[in-house]
Design a protein around this ligand. Structure first.
Ligand SMILES: CC(C)(COP(=O)(O)OP(=O)(O)OC[C@H]1O[C@@H](n2cnc3c(N)ncnc32)[C@H](O)[C@@H]1OP(=O)(O)O)[C@@H](O)C(=O)NCCC(=O)NCCS
Length: 218
């Protein structure tokens, strides 16, 4: 069976030929002015994912289409059920005497004393696995190849090829040494042509970095 096109809404075909309606390639499933997502990044849910607005609401419930910040997700990321990005617009103003967001009540959103300064973008690298129910807090950057454990609350940046878990999420272990992580990022297999990637699944999912480097397109 050919590898699905990244513009496929429901890319997983079950053995009986029907689509798994709880998994979407995000690039195909949503069109949101504040979200950038790379090819083959998927999101899964225990319930069917059908409506783009509902998918965005589950993934990034505070990312209004007029929010100043962006959510930027790389290629080949794996987003499990219940993962939520709490983006910067979710933050109330914190430098005043009250955090109450008067601006969202009664209209007139601009030029209000309770309006916070724009916050940072949230970034996820390539080939990142976000486990069930992980919560990613505003402005965090998660490096390529990282794993975020189920139920983690990620409040700080996550190093490439590290595994983090808990609340607040802390490093559980590294997947690769710093040097090997740099070699993987230099190799950037996620940017290879898809046919080449699929033909080298053994090397990409194996443990021999020299063999993977030798597999790079010439
Ligand atoms: C993180 C995970 C991948 C396991 O990684 P691992 O390197 O094999 O970790 P281990 O099971 O050996 O545990 C290592 C340590 O991390 C801790 N840990 C593991 N998972 C954790 C979690 N979700 N939250 C907090 N701590 C966790 C363990 O308790 C252990 O702690 P210790 O060293 O103090 O004993 C796994 O626990 C997980 O969260 N998987 C997500 C699965 C999922 O959500 N799948 C959705 C379908 S895609």
């Amino acid at each position: 069976m050919p590898f699905p096109n990244p513009n496929t809404f429901h890319p997983i075909k079950l053995r009986d030929g029907t689509a798994h309606r709880g998994t979407v390639f995000l690039k195909a499933a949503i069109d949101h002015p504040r979200i950038e997502v790379g090819d083959y990044t998927y999101m899964s849910s225990h319930q069917p994912l059908e409506e783009p607005g509902d998918i965005v609401q589950r993934l990034a419930p505070y990312l209004w289409d007029f929010a100043p910040e962006k959510l930027i997700i790389g290629k080949f990321c794996q987003i499990a059920h219940g993962v939520q990005f709490i983006t910067s617009s979710a933050n109330h103003r914190m430098d005043g005497l009250s955090t109450f967001p008067f601006l969202v009540f009664g209209g007139g959103w601009d030029d209000r004393a309770s309006k916070p300064e724009p916050g940072a973008n949230t970034r996820v690298g390539h080939d990142v696995w976000l486990g069930t129910g992980a919560m990613i807090l505003p402005g965090v950057t998660i490096g390529d190849g990282a794993i975020v454990a189920a139920g983690a609350v990620v409040a700080k940046d996550v190093a490439p090829y590290s595994v983090v878990g808990g609340n607040p999420a802390k490093e559980i272990r590294r997947r690769l040494s710093l040097k090997d992580a740099e070699r993987m990022q230099a190799l950037a297999w996620w940017d290879w042509p898809i046919d080449h990637i699929v033909a080298h699944e053994v090397e990409i999912c194996g443990t021999n970095l020299v063999a993977l480097e030798a597999s790079a397109p010439k």
